[in-house]
Write a protein that binds this ligand. Structure first.
Ligand code: G3H
Ligand code: 13P
Ligand code: NA
Ligand code: ZN
Length: 328
């Protein structure tokens, strides 16, 4: 059943767990996440980016999720707009039937220029007013995602900026977060702590200087009733990188966000953990392996099946690791 994200996050806070929010773009990814959740009894957040809506087309995004609800009626499901770039995009998602939207006002509507704090407050407030009237949950973002190793912003897979930034810009300020939440009345706040989107987050296994879990603790102490959201939270498993390389892929050395760091963050107010890259890596590894071992095969169902299984395995693992088992 379609539920409100606020309801799911409140339950997660009360019971001390976190919910992975998986990005989906196609049939196999929706099925993978839903069947994993069904098996372990987890609540589901499926999120679609602007890129997903463009890739699949809005009717397909909508109806894939409706098909998921019809197939797994007992799994509580949130349909969330990821990184809405403007109030118009968020309104479009609400009209399409989404139960939750993210207004990402950290960037201007062009998706490139760093926005002022006042701009972020204004657009986020506008979305919260509009969304709350119809029972839709709102996630805002404060601070710029980006690397504390290179001090560059995160291009967010094509949108965003890779401008050079200061450490202050790359870490959400707890006082400003308190002001932001008070003025916008958002339900959940995405914070910047040194993570970035995509596979290339860290050049080494991250330590506290480049992955600021302590900052989460400070923010949570200041705004204990706001659900925190971690973007760029794929763990980039080394075994998947090795498999991709073994079967002909060319991925460079890289490190993601260790699961144990996410588990620590969950103890300090993080309730929604965004994951896209890990599912991409799992599917790619499975498809490369399949073609390497079966060069004569050409039926898409034959290679998409192991890809779907691999995506399901990662989703299932994260549900268990983040404490979602039996919480749906
Ligand atoms: O925002 C980043 C998510 O990984 C979505 O990626 O914009 O390529 O769909 P995308
Ligand atoms: P990853 O690229 O780490 O999977 O992050 C996804 C994300 O934050 C989507 O909003
Ligand atoms: Na952003
Ligand atoms: Zn994100």
């Amino acid at each position: 059943a379609l539920v409100s994200m606020r309801e799911l996050l409140d339950h997660a806070a009360l019971n001390g767990y976190g919910i992975p929010a998986f990005n989906v773009n196609n049939l196999e990814q929706v099925q993978a996440v839903m069947s994993a959740a069904h098996e372990v009894g987890a609540p589901v957040i499926l999120q679609a980016s602007a890129g997903a809506r463009k890739y699949a087309g809005e009717p397909f995004v909508k109806h894939l999720i409706e098909a998921a609800i019809e197939t797994w009626p007992n799994v509580p499901l949130v349909m969330h707009q990821d990184h809405g770039q403007s109030p118009d995009v968020c309104r479009g998602a609400i009209d399409l039937g989404f139960s939750s939207v993210m207004m990402d006002g950290s960037l201007q509507a062009d998706g490139k220029t760093i926005a002022s704090y006042d701009y972020n407050v204004e657009v986020t407030q506008k979305v919260a007013d509009m969304a709350h009237r119809v029972g839709v949950t709102v996630e805002g973002e404060l601070g710029m995602l980006g690397s504390l190793e290179t001090m560059r912003g995160d291009k967010e897979d094509g949108h965003g900026t890779d401008a050079t930034m200061t450490r202050d810009q790359l870490l959400t300020d707890p006082e400003q977060a308190a002001d932001f939440v008070k003025r916008t009345q958002i339900d959940a706040l995405a914070i910047a702590i040194g993570t970035s989107h995509g596979a290339y987050k860290f050049t080494r296994k991250p330590t506290g200087d480049i992955l600021a879990i302590d900052r989460i603790k400070e923010i949570h102490r200041r705004i204990p009733n706001t659900h925190l959201v971690m973007h760029g939270s794929s763990s980039v498993p080394q075994n998947l990188l090795e498999e991709i390389r073994k079967y002909g892929g060319a991925m460079k050395e890289t490190y993601g966000v260790p699961v144990e760091e996410i588990q620590e963050a969950i103890k300090h107010g993080v309730r929604k953990i965004n994951i896209d890259t890990d599912i991409r890596l799992a599917m790619t590894a499975a498809i490369r392996k399949f073609f390497f071992e079966n060069p004569e095969k050409f039926d898409p169902r034959e290679y998409l099946k192991p890809a779907r299984e691999a995506a399901k395995a990662i989703a299932r693992q994260r549900y268990v690791e983040f404490g979602c088992e039996g919480q749906g």
